[in-house]
Unconditional design. Sequence first.
Length: 413
Amino acid sequence: MTAVPPFLDAGPDGVAEDLAAAYALVHTFDTDRSGPPPGNPHAEFAALRRRGPVHRSTLEEVLTGAGVPGTPGTPAWHVVSYQAVDQVLRDERDFSSSAYADSMGRVVGRSFLEMDGAEHRAWRNALHGGFHRQAVTEQRSRVRRNVDARLRALADQGGGDLVGGLAFPVALTTIAGIIGFPPGTRIGTLYTWAVGLLDDADGKIATAMAEWLGTPSAWPAHSLVGRLLRHEDPAIGTGSELLPTVRLLLSTGTEPPFRSLATLMYAVLSDPALLKTARADERGATAVIQECWRWECPLTWVLRRCSADTELCGTRLREGDLVCLNLASANRDESRWADADRLDTHRRPLPHLAMGTGPHICLGRHLAALEAGEILAGLARMAPSVGPDRPALDTGGVEGRGFRSTRRLTLRW
């Protein structure tokens, strides 16, 4: 491989500092009180479900809970029941992912996130080799070493924040390695640029990345970029044309996973019975992970746009209408789960929608499950060091409206 572009080369000693700076930007974004209220919107969603599965609203009201005073807002449908959300996610004929062109598309460029049909399948097929179950299993030892090293570092310090010190760097370093970035790369800088938290006014990052992607020998053949550069499907671009997809992979491979990991750790460290269940066997760990995903999925909404006039649960929708699918609400639908607001690992397992479903089901779902399993195993191995029952835990709980997660999870031992 060729060397990392100088601008993106942190060196062995600079990666930790780069990751910390990246998380500081994420934390600032999360705690910015000028945005939507940080509290619990589930009561609001439950009230909407009682009124019906589909509601006429505006995008601004959906995202903030109140809209923007003095503006008419962007018309949108708010879909809140499990049945309705599931139906839309499975139907790419009438509900197009092109809705993302006006949101994520403006940040990362046109990626497979906003594609449908054969074009979308071509990209999924090209990336599948890095995300299928067997390929992900090959990452287990690397993820385990990463988790254990970070937990030991926190223990040596007497404790610290498990979100910024464990969940975020584990998620980011894992996806960065799978993409093909070598150790020593400023992946924190790349991540914050990928999601739009870091401005690239002089184009230095974009230029460096475009030149890097234009050098096939710089990427391992088994990496995601290596696979894309060597793919023969004409729908897959080459060189700098891959830039939107790399940005998207950094974003979606880090953002939802680190938030779901944070919430998972909050749940098991707040309730020793959950950690005991997870420690019992693989089935117990899977039950804890899946129920935590259902109970608090990290991303509240996904978007679609109507490709034709259609009907959804008795409501007429028109071609061009924007549709906001509320995954968090669908996953607490009382018609599907009894006492749905309660985290209960003993309930009968049913498919949920935290990872979506249909043609756009989360590409990294197996990787997310592996990371979650290794986090649980790492916490279980550390249990003797943090006491037999409850470690000293300082947290604000799960909060947020669009991104749901624990923002502070300080463990002391």
